[in-house]
Design a protein around this ligand. Structure first.
Ligand SMILES: C[S@@+](CC[C@H](N)C(=O)[O-])C[C@H]1O[C@@H](n2cnc3c(N)ncnc32)[C@H](O)[C@@H]1O
Length: 221
C-alpha cells in the first residue's frame, strides 16, 4: 500500500518546511539541518571498513555523509536521492572534502529507477519511500553484483504506530527477520542481522535514541 513518503514530502523535509513528525505542517528546519551535518552512520563504519572498495550505490543518500565516507575509503560511489535539495547539500560537502571525482549524485525515485548495471555494494540508511519497506529492500537487493554486499540500516519495527521522534513511523520500519526472509538464505549469506538502540544527535544537537535494524548480506551468485 502506498503511503505519504513521496517526492513532495521529501522535498518539504529538505527545504526545511516540514517536520518529519507532521508531514505537511510548516515550521521545523531542524531535521534537515541535523541530517546535513551528520557524521557517517556508525553501523556503516563498523561493518564496511574491512571490505575491499569497488562500485557502490548509496540509496536515499540525503546529504551524503555515508556516500562521502565510502568515497574517502576508495569506493566509486553513486548517491541517489529523490530530493534535489538533499543532493545540493551533498555536492557541496563533496567539494569541501575534495571527493568530487569519486562520487556522482543522481536525482531519481528509487521505487521506479533502474540502474544500468550492478554494484559491488548497495547501501541504504533510513530511506523510506512511498512503497512497502520490504519491497524497497528487495528492489535494492536486485542491484547487487554476484559476490557483492547489501548493507541496510533502517528504522526498527517494534509493533507500534509511532512517528519520528519517540518512535519511527511504523510503515517505514522493518525487522531483521523480515529483511532476511525477503532475501532468502539460498541466495544470500547473512553476515549481520541485528536490532538495537543507540544515541545520536537530533534536532538542535539534542541527544535522541534511535532504534535500528542492521543487515549485511553477501550475494552468493
Ligand atoms: C530519513 S532520510 C535519510 C538520509 C540519509 N540516508 C541519512 O541517513 O542521513 C531518507 C532519505 O531517503 C530519500 N528518499 C525517500 N524516498 C526516496 C525515493 N523513492 N527515491 C530516492 N530517495 C528517496 C529522502 O529524500 C531522504 O534523503
Amino acid at each position: 500500500m502506498a503511503h505519504e513518503f513521496d517526492r513532495r514530502y521529501w522535498d518539504r523535509v529538505w527545504s526545511g518546511a516540514a517536520d518529519a513528525g507532521n508531514a505537511g505542517n510548516a515550521g521545523d528546519a531542524g531535521r534537515a539541518s541535523a541530517m546535513a551535518t551528520s557524521p557517517p552512520n556508525p553501523h556503516l563504519v563498523r561493518e564496511i571498513a574491512g571490505l575491499s572498495p569497488g562500485t557502490a550505490l548509496e540509496a536515499g543518500c540525503g546529504a551524503g555523509a555515508e556516500a562521502l565516507w565510502l568515497a574517502s575509503r576508495g569506493w566509486r560511489v553513486t548517491g541517489v536521492d529523490i530530493a534535489a535539495g538533499a543532493l545540493e547539500v551533498a555536492a557541496r560537502r563533496a567539494a569541501a572534502a575534495g571527493l568530487v571525482d569519486r562520487v556522482s549524485w543522481l536525482e531519481a525515485d528509487l521505487s521506479v529507477w533502474q540502474p544500468d548495471g550492478r554494484f559491488d555494494l548497495v547501501t541504504t540508511h533510513y530511506a523510506h519511500p512511498s512503497v512497502p519497506q520490504l519491497d524497497f529492500y528487495e528492489r535494492l537487493a536486485g542491484w547487487v553484483a554476484p559476490g557483492g554486499t547489501l548493507f541496510i540500516v533502517g528504522h526498527l519495527h517494534h509493533g507500534g504506530h509511532g512517528r519520528h521522534g519517540a518512535h519511527p513511523p511504523a510503515e517505514a520500519s522493518a525487522t531483521a527477520a523480515g529483511i532476511t526472509a525477503v532475501l532468502g538464505q539460498d541466495r544470500w549469506e547473512i553476515a549481520t542481522a541485528l536490532q538495537g538502540s543507540r544515541e545520536m544527535a537530533g534536532r538542535g544537537g539534542a541527544a535522541v535514541t534511535v532504534h535500528d535494524v542492521v543487515v549485511r548480506a553477501t550475494r552468493r551468485s
